[in-house]
Design a protein around this ligand. Structure first.
Ligand code: ZN
Length: 210
């Protein structure tokens, strides 16, 4: 049974609460990562926890990342759940193309391969086999529904049709971008508008329809 081979991780960012509530509402097990940041309702205390895996610093999040590494099971795949400020549509993020078949079973039709790695190789899924999922906006009911949809799909796994995108750079100019819709400059914007990456968003392109 696939559910025995999966571990949900939530709250890597303290301002992303709905996936935690969604899993709790259906009694699904989860590892809630940054409880201090959650209590303070901030993204992080000192450093982005999802860029703190395998680094050598001593910040609050870097010490927490080491504790999480010990807590998580190396033999299970991670599904790391996030919300964001700008995108209602859910999508799965992979940093290793080997995870694409697994990502295709979650019932979410968009998969984004981070070719240009914004976390510089120190995100949770750089460290553990698995995927991250952006389930929607921070305070949208869709984020709860999308999280529950993933659990239902895992309970009856089947490969669905997906579109595979790759992120190849940062957007460096301001513009009227619509996420997942190809812009005049020829790329597909992701996280356009307000985001947590100190840029105007990320540039993606479609690499395959599967
Ligand atoms: Zn996040």
């Amino acid at each position: 049974m696939i559910m025995n081979k999966i571990q949900f991780v939530t709250g890597l960012h303290g301002d992303e609460k709905l996936p935690i509530i969604a899993l709790a509402s259906i009694n699904e097990e989860q590892v809630v990562a940054n409880t201090l940041a959650l209590a303070k309702n901030v993204r992080f205390i000192e450093k982005d926890l999802n860029a703190s895996f395998g680094t050598s610093g001593m910040s609050y999040e870097e010490r927490l990342a080491k504790k999480l590494v010990r807590r998580l099971d190396k033999n299970k795949l991670v599904i790391d759940l996030h919300t964001n400020q700008s995108m209602n549509e859910a999508f799965v993020i992979v940093v290793d193309k080997k995870m694409i078949p697994f990502a295709s079973t979650l019932g979410i039709p968009k998969i984004v391969f981070m070719k240009y790695n914004i976390k510089k190789g120190y995100s949770l899924i750089d460290y553990f086999a698995g995927v991250s999922v952006e389930v929607g906006k921070h305070f949208s009911f869709k984020s709860i529904k999308n999280t529950i949809r993933i659990v239902s799909n895992l309970n009856k796994p089947s490969v669905k049709r997906v579109t595979l995108y790759e992120v190849f750079g940062k957007i460096d100019k301001q513009g009227k971008y619509k996420n997942f819709i190809k812009c005049r400059e020829g790329f597909i914007p992701l996280f356009a508008g307000k985001n947590s990456y100190n840029c105007y968003g990320l540039k993606a392109r479609i690499i395959k329809q599967l």
